[in-house]
Design a protein around this ligand. Sequence first.
Ligand code: HEM
Length: 134
Amino acid sequence: MNFIAYAMFLGIENYMSLKRDPGAHIQTHNADSSDMGKFMTPTLRELKYTAPYMHNGMLKTLEEVVAFYNQGGGEDRNKDPLLKPLNLTEAEQNDLIAFLLALSGEPLTTAEYVWTDEFPTEYEVIEDWRNVRN
Ligand code: HEM
């Protein structure tokens, strides 16, 4: 529902028939649709914790991501020509997965990262803050 409202207000043509996320097209509206399905290259940091991958979560694991790139990065008429089959061996694919995993740190969920102190209370509460000028 939000997606439909978003597409409607951003002026996407024929938005009720969209079968895919328009990506950059939602903002740039190129008349030849050359921006359809284009997405920003995301950070690869902390990938270990951010599955599933790609804008629509279509790849569940990093193994799937590497296999996807290895076979050429899918089919799309706007696909970047840089994306070609890589012909990586099994060992090379595993090395690439190990590299991607190395871009994540330890999770920050252990006790040492949890704030246990009182929150600062020295701020005075501003009654009727909507009408009080700074
Ligand atoms: C073997 C080489 C590559 C590897 C291992 C790789 C890895 C990845 C991974 C893990 C993601 C998902 C990130 C996430 O969802 O958080 C991703 C997404 C993406 N990568 Fe790559 N990448 C490679 C090559 C490339 C190249 C050559 C390009 C540009 C031509 C590119 C552009 C993108 C873009 C635009 C996305 C976002 C796609 C989307 O949101 O659907 N990648 N890549």
